[in-house]
Design a protein around this ligand. Sequence first.
Ligand SMILES: Nc1ncnc2c1ncn2[C@@H]1O[C@H](COP(=O)(O)OP(=O)(O)OP(=O)(O)O)[C@@H](O)[C@H]1O
Ligand SMILES: O=P(O)(O)OC[C@H]1O[C@H](OP(=O)(O)OP(=O)(O)O)[C@H](O)[C@@H]1O
Ligand SMILES: [Mg+2]
Length: 325
Amino acid sequence: MTDSPLVLAVPSKGRLQENASAFFSRAGLKLVQKAGGREYRGTLAGLPGVEVRYLSASEIAGQLASGAAHLGVTGEDLIREMLPDPGASVELLTPLGFGHASVVVAVPQAWIDVRAMSDLDEVASEMRLRQGRRMRIATKYVNLTRRFFAEAGIADYRIVESLGATEGAPAAGSAEIIVDITTTGTTLAANALKVLDDGVMLRSEANLVASLKAPWGETARAGLRTVLGRIAAEERARTSREVRAALPETGEIDLATLAGLHEAELPYGAPRGADGEIVMRCPVDAVFDLSDALVQAGARAVTVRRIDYAFAAENPLAERLLARL
Ligand SMILES: Nc1ncnc2c1ncn2[C@@H]1O[C@H](COP(=O)(O)OP(=O)(O)OP(=O)(O)O)[C@@H](O)[C@H]1O
Ligand SMILES: O=P(O)(O)OC[C@H]1O[C@H](OP(=O)(O)OP(=O)(O)O)[C@H](O)[C@@H]1O
Ligand SMILES: [Mg+2]
């Protein structure tokens, strides 16, 4: 097996770019773009075993599928559209909380009686019978559309592949209806289109995705552990708080029960002495209940802190992926 670096594919433009760079920098992964932002390759500061490639969101999906990139950030819609059997070539490691958008079936607002896919089925059949032609659907999501329409039992249609400005197709007369991605619905409304009640094909967001086809040599695996370890450390830190308590001078606190009640853990283990200090960690929502419970149980002082990073010996994201390679 080759010992190439970990290739990390990052959106170079479009909606996902800014959020993706912010996500990596929060995790202490500083993207360093070579040669003044014109070069589409870069590095991660301090990690020589990682090579960064700046690509469009759809190219990233393609490179993960082919194995040209090990790890990347892209939209779930693109993965599901471009890969016939996503589970066979990639692993969706974790949704990232940005790039939310839905792939939808939209028809002209003027079609007042058409509200659901079943109505569309009737329209399609009538069009075929009365006018001798098939209903045309403009989209770049050809595969997702075929699958969704097959599941809805609609076969009387034809896909007109669209390369952009899909919402304009019905007004331009190149298709009757469309399948496209939407977030606010502004573009659909501006083009007098409406989404069918049961016409949401996929709710998508940006994901961190790993390739199962890439050459996973030692250097790439080591890079993966570091990158995913930092991402997990940031996530753990952001979603939890550190709770320190001075234990009572007399008596004992049943820490195990308290921890269980408040989804807390003792990352450094139980205290060694009776009147020591303990460090717990709990979800953000559980902070006040846990602190109250500690005070009621006799703790002399309780301090709650935000954490920057919380590293751990386990690396669940990396282990899950490595188990599949
Ligand atoms: N409102 C939105 N419209 C389109 N894509 C969105 C939206 N919100 C999030 N996304 C996500 O961003 C991905 C593509 O982003 P974007 O359109 O910015 O890329 P692009 O650089 O224009 O690439 P392409 O030329 O392939 O469209 C989508 O596939 C989707 O996952
Ligand atoms: O529901 P809305 O918030 O109105 O967003 C949806 C629009 O945004 C996207 O286009 P984009 O701006 O990415 O241009 P593109 O089609 O050239 O990729 C998408 O293709 C829709 O046209
Ligand atoms: Mg776009």
